[in-house]
Design a protein around this ligand. Structure first.
Ligand SMILES: *Cc1c(COP(=O)(O)O)cnc(C)c1O
Length: 382
């Protein structure tokens, strides 16, 4: 829902632009921080969801750490002022340069995704005369019950170390003098809305923690990743149910005294705080279909083209008198450049403003220059 003040403000801005509601972001962050504090859980924000500077500033100020998946993100986290002791680095394909840079930064921990990677980090740390902390990302073979393109914790996925490789992993850890094992890491997928999935994850985490303890390892950190979903159908002021989410882990994880529980939330923290605002360039009324052609396309918001993601579409210039069904499409030369089919909207005219809602996560960060499109604009609520 946008106020008249918002829409008056939008009329003066160049479209398309991402609009950030910083108040909602702040409320979301505070709600999450308060809910985590009840159990002394640690939250690292998954930076890949949104690395807009203003957004990152607020997240850092809330006291969260940063979960990075590239050297660029590690550098950005340091630049924004996240504490180095609260920066973790995951990813299946860390290059030697990225590892070396992260070693120089003395980040909290590498979340390691293969046995070969363990050996390489050990070797590079040795060259620098350093000892570095590592956690083992385990693929627990737990179904996240989400879209198959955003599932990461099944045997067929490329992420993490499979359970049958753990004996070799344990041997390797014992051999690597420049690695300090600190714990185990999991991340099974994104946009998870069925919280039972997390109960299944907890059961597996408990089993793996015991497995490592039985082999003489001290498991100081249980990192359960992120993935908590948001309600794309009800974007207005919606804050995910963080208390219910954290309670599941409190109820089902067996946490030892002195053990820390870490989370890596991305989408749930930033998803609802932004909308992509776009202008209608043309309306084409056909026999079978009516098309609305926007000045934003998959180059500004890729999720619908990439994995058929749903974003609520609203005409914020009009209220409904006559309702028409439209296919809402972008200007890019690809048939998948479509935001929604048969969308019911008030009869729409050239020049109307259209809001694509819930675009705070995996929106602006995935923008591209395909078709030589320009950088997408950004606006804030203050
Ligand atoms: C992407 C990612 C996350 C965050 O996922 P969300 O679904 O946005 O919460 C957490 N951990 C890792 C390792 C990731 O790659």
């Amino acid at each position: 829902m946008f106020s008249d003040k918002d829409t008056a403000h939008f009329a003066n801005l160049e479209t398309p632009f991402y609009y950030y509601d910083l108040n909602l972001l702040q409320k979301t962050l505070s709600t999450c921080a308060d809910a985590a504090k009840v159990y002394n859980f640690h939250v690292h924000y998954a930076m890949k969801a949104n690395f807009n500077n203003r957004v990152l500033e607020k997240i850092r100020a809330t006291g969260f750490g940063a979960d990075c998946v590239s050297g660029g993100e590690v550098n950005k986290a340091v630049e924004i002022g996240f504490e180095k002791g609260q920066i973790v680095f995951a990813g299946v394909g860390k290059s030697d340069k990225e590892i070396n840079d992260a070693l120089d930064q003395d980040i909290f921990c590498f979340n390691v995704e293969s046995i070969q990677e363990l050996e390489i980090i050990d070797e590079l740390a040795a060259k620098k005369g350093k000892k570095t902390r590592v956690a083992i990302r385990i693929n627990p073979n737990v179904d996240a019950h989400t879209h198959h393109n955003i599932t990461t914790g099944l045997d067929e996925n490329k992420f993490g170390i499979n359970s049958w490789d753990l004996p070799l992993c344990a041997e390797t850890l014992k051999k690597c003098a420049n690695l300090e094992f600190i714990g185990i890491h999991f991340h099974i997928g994104s946009q998870i809305t069925n919280l039972d999935v997390y109960k299944n994850l907890c059961v597996r985490v408990n089993e793996f923690a015991i497995w490592f303890e039985e082999r003489g390892f001290v498991v100081k950190v249980l990192n359960v990743g992120g993935g908590l979903g948001i309600d794309y159908h009800n974007p207005d002021g919606q804050i995910p149910d963080f208390p219910a989410y954290f309670k599941i882990f409190n109820d089902f994880l067996e946490v030892r005294p002195n053990q820390e529980v870490h989370f890596e939330l991305g989408r749930a923290l930033v998803g609802q705080c932004s909308s992509l605002i776009s202008k209608v360039l043309y309306v084409k009324n056909g026999k079978k279909k009516n098309f609305i052609i926007l000045d934003a396309g998959m180059t500004e918001l890729m999720r619908p083209a990439l994995y058929q993601a749903y974003h609520k579409i609203e005409n914020i210039s009009k209220s409904a008198e006559v309702v028409v069904k439209y296919d809402v499409v972008g200007p890019i030369c690809e048939s998948t450049d479509c935001f929604g089919k048969e969308v019911e909207l008030p009869e729409t005219l050239r020049g109307d403003l259209i809001a694509l809602r819930s675009t705070g996560a995996y929106g602006e960060v995935m923008a591209s220059h395909y078709n030589l499109r320009e950088n997408v604009n950004v606006a804030f609520s203050d």
